[in-house]
Write a protein that binds this ligand. Structure first.
Ligand code: LMR
Length: 401
């Protein structure tokens, strides 16, 4: 055969024969199913997006104002660098860490909170290959596969009982007593996804005590900051863990700034020693460069614009409080039903109901109520007007109530 002859293709094999059809993402598939349903009375309690009483997810006024300022002032779209927007990171750092967080804190901008979690998982694996990570059950459905995709070994603990609607703190503490020094513990900073069951300040202290005593590394997923009890109150986890030497924090601005599609997040790492900062930061930068190269700029620039301007911060605080107060009004309305009283005590967008797949299907088929197959409901999808219909539908299909 000469160099220019093409060899015969042997057989009919396709390069992609090794791939099979994957199940749809359990949360994102609800978006399509909801959109395809023609019933005007349909209710979307699926993916975690805030909605107002009219069912809209408006752009925050503070965001609109910041965008207008950016359009006016921004003079280039040239690359910003692998670390992302340093001013944005500094603004978030002062929002999150009292007294600046110490001189052993490093940060990197990421595409959304999920990007931060992926980067953290890769960083953990780079530092300690196949490290063990404890993830609560239930948790956000992406936590386990994402950790495994990065090479980590996942271990589970029971976090919550959907029947009693109770946080299972004792189970968690008991499990952590069996964890090995250097194990990672994934914690939802506030507004637990999917249960809404957050530890109290006292319970965070108990958790922190075990984490410190057993030499565990907390990895906090903070995606709903400000939507629980408020910007300061929602940082109880960081106060409790203030003396932990090493810690990772994945942050998302999707919900609290309503910047979902702009993909705005950050990973903060407390390294335990300023001497380690460069090794940790440069590894993060290298990993980021290998996965997404450089994070998108726009959303982070908007967040920095807001956090750097007193009027815009005030406006954001008011808008965030409006979202938070609406969520708690919906929770209070649901909690008037005695069997659902616990939902009134939970925080943030989500609660996890004890429903069978058949009951969840009946809610969709007979009542046009869409929720995750796990029984998770995004209560931000309910208007106050729809609460009675929702509660009645639950009573019709299940023994709740
Ligand atoms: C959710 O849990 O619904 C949100 O965090 C959106 C997502 O990416 O899953």
């Amino acid at each position: 055969m000469t160099m220019t002859e093409v060899p015969d293709i042997v057989g009919t094999e396709n390069f992609f024969d090794g791939l099979s059809v994957q199940p749809a993402d359990p949360l994102l598939s609800i978006i399509a199913a909801f959109q395809a349903d023609p019933r005007p009375t349909k209710i979307d309690l699926g993916v975690g997006v805030y909605r107002d009483e009219q069912g809209k997810t408006p752009i925050l006024g503070a965001v609109k104002a910041a965008e207008a300022r950016l359009v006016e002032a921004q003079s280039t779209k040239a690359y910003i660098g692998v670390e992302g927007n340093g001013a944005y990171l500094a603004s978030l750092k002062s929002l999150l860490f009292q007294r600046g967080g110490g001189d052993d804190l490093v940060a990197m901008q990421t595409p959304g909170g999920t990007g931060a979690i992926r980067l953290a998982a890769e960083l953990i694996n780079a530092s300690s290959p196949h490290a063990r990570i404890w993830i609560g059950e239930p948790s956000w459905p992406v936590h386990v596969p994402l950790s495994q995709a990065a090479g980590l070994q996942t271990l589970s603990y029971r976090h919550f009982d959907p029947v009693s609607q109770q946080l299972l703190l004792d189970d968690l503490l008991e499990k952590l007593e069996t964890a090995l020094p250097g194990d990672i513990v994934l914690l939802h900073g506030c507004c637990h996804n999917p249960s809404g069951a957050d530890p109290s300040a006292e319970q965070w202290q108990k958790l922190a005590e075990v984490i410190i005593r057993r030499g565990l590394i907390p990895f906090i997923d903070l995606a709903y900051h400000g939507l629980g009890d408020g910007l300061d109150a929602d940082l109880e986890v960081l106060r409790a863990l203030a003396s932990v030497p090493q810690l990772l924090l994945a942050y998302s601005c999707s919900k609290n700034f309503g910047l979902y599609r702009e993909r705005v997040g950050a990973l903060f790492v407390r390294t335990g020693s300023p001497a380690k900062n460069q090794a940790v930061a440069s590894t993060m930068f290298l990993l980021g460069r290998m996965i997404w190269s450089m994070p998108p700029d726009h959303g982070a620039a908007v967040v920095h614009e807001i956090l750097g301007n007193e009027d815009l911060i005030d406006q954001w605080h008011v808008e965030l409080a409006t979202m938070r107060n609406r969520l708690s009004a919906v929770r209070s309305a649901i909690a008037r039903e005695p069997a659902l009283v616990k939902l009134g005590e939970q925080k943030g967008m989500f609660s996890q109901l004890s429903l069978t797949p058949a009951q969840i299907e009946a809610l969709r088929r007979d009542h046009a109520i869409f929720m995750a197959g796990s029984g998770r409901v995004n209560l931000a999808g309910l208007s106050l007007r729809d609460v009675p219909r929702f509660v009645e539908a639950l009573k019709t299909v299940s023994t709740i109530g």
